[in-house]
Design a protein around this ligand. Structure first.
Ligand SMILES: [Zn+2]
Length: 100
């Protein structure tokens, strides 16, 4: 392929699945697909397919409403998964309205 310009720093960068903003992976919340559903992975260490969301409440709502998480993780998002995400969202922004 073509030549790529050298990067000044090798910081792992991830993309928010809702707004497509790229951030260092520590600034994003990682979700991982597990046998029991989609879970937040605070340490970013769980094995499995992961998806990232930035700390913007809008992104979480967009991701749930448009099923971006399900598409990114290639799985069905269950009602329990959505509830779990809403619980996390309330920690981010206690005044946020519920999605469901
Ligand atoms: Zn975002």
């Amino acid at each position: 392929m073509g030549t790529q310009p050298p990067r000044p720093r090798r910081v792992p960068v991830r993309t928010c699945i809702a707004c497509r903003k790229t951030e260092g992976k520590r600034a994003l919340h990682r979700f991982v697909r597990t046998a029991s559903g989609v879970e937040l992975d605070p340490g970013g260490k769980e094995a499995g397919r992961g998806a990232y969301l930035c700390a913007e409440l809008d992104c979480w709502q967009t991701a749930l409403q448009r099923n971006l998480l399900g598409r990114a993780l290639r799985c069905e998002i269950s009602a329990e998964d959505i509830q779990r995400m809403e619980t996390h969202m309330k920690k981010l922004a206690p005044s946020a309205p519920a999605i469901s």
